[in-house]
Design a protein around this ligand. Structure first.
Ligand code: CP
Ligand code: NVA
Length: 316
């Protein structure tokens, strides 16, 4: 089955969105269907206040443009409210535990918490201790909201996901991990192309390979050949120090016009953003007609609205 032939039920049996490992293909299709309906309503200017009266707290221990603005606009458009909590301004940043933070927030009628932080275990602890839906807005290991928006964008581009080849180049980081999981679960063919030493976590790779078609290679030719989508991300993720050795090792994995020429003729270029032109991607590729980076960024809004509705809508 592909997304278009799936009949949505309007619900998923999850309290949280932590890493996608526990999400089924049907759960992901539910999100994509609702995202598509919400996107249509948004374009038609139709009111869709499905989360009227609900509150989303947003904890940020790292910087953000897209995640912060798309979650805040998203909850507003759904009739709810957002609370922006920079970890520098709340006691979490001064050593208060995740456990105590979760217990306190649970007393104030918060319906959901979106958290962007370093350790995946902190997100999982927040979910275990709090009485609200937890949404992972990026950790060192995963970025599920971005990967869901990305596969939605691929679906909009090709009209299906089954068999679409997405080749990811560069650091085997949080994006690589989440793309492997989201792609494998939706029948895509995901190829991660990274040099030895920077390949994705073997445990996450093995988990993704159980669900579908995921390969890891250090050959740019192998990855790019027959690709429908070329994807890359920064060499240095938030929290990582710039390292000239790493940059030198990753440079041959830059997405440039030679790599684009190896892919299918109408292949699209994707990036979660922010991008560093001249590092992981050249200007002529990211600013070319192949690039769908701003469609990806926009789809964060629609997909996260769907996630919030499915997780927070059933509470109280
Ligand atoms: N792609 C993404 O998550 O962007 P921000 O870091 O700006 O939120
Ligand atoms: N891998 C990047 C993604 C940013 C959206 C980072 O973690 O900084």
């Amino acid at each position: 089955m592909d997304v278009s032939s799936y009949k949505p039920k309007g619900r998923i049996e999850h309290k949280h969105l932590l890493n996608l490992l526990d999400y089924s293909t049907a759960d992901i299709y539910e999100i994509l269907h609702l995202a598509s309906a919400l996107k249509n309503s948004f374009y038609k200017g139709k009111k869709h206040e499905l989360l009227k009266g609900k509150t989303l707290a947003m904890i940020f221990a790292k910087s953000s443009t897209r995640t912060r603005v798309s979650f805040e606009m998203g909850i507003n458009q759904l009739g709810g409210k957002a609370l922006f909590l920079s970890s520098n301004d709340i006691q979490l940043g001064r050593g208060e535990t995740i456990h105590d933070t979760a217990c306190v927030l649970s007393r104030y009628g918060i319906d959901g918490v979106m958290i962007r932080t370093f350790k995946q275990s902190d997100v999982e602890e927040l979910a275990a201790c709090g009485d609200f839906a937890v949404i992972n807005g990026l950790t060192d290991d995963f970025h599920p909201c971005q990967a869901l928006a990305d596969i939605f964008t691929v679906y909009e581009t090709y009209g299906h996901l089954n068999g679409v080849k997405l080749a990811y180049f560069g650091d085997g980081n949080n994006m690589a991990h989440s793309l492997m999981l989201a792609g494998a679960k939706t029948g895509m063919n995901v190829c991660i192309c990274s040099p030895k030493g920077f390949q994705p976590d073997p445990e996450i790779t093995a988990a993704a390979q159980k669900f579908g078609n995921v390969t890891v290679t250090d050959s740019v030719e192998e990855a790019a050949s027959g690709a429908d989508a070329l994807y890359t991300d920064v060499f240095f993720s938030m929290g990582q120090a710039k390292d000239p050795e790493k940059e030198k090792t990753l440079m041959p994995y830059q997405v440039n016009s030679d790599v684009l020429a190896l892919a299918n003729k109408d292949a699209v270029f994707m990036h979660c953003l922010p991008a560093h032109r001249g590092e992981e991607v050249t200007e002529d590729v990211i600013d070319s007609t192949h690039s769908i980076i701003f469609q990806q960024a926009e789809n964060r809004l629609h997909v996260q609205k769907a996630v919030m509705c499915l997780l927070m809508g059933k509470r109280k």
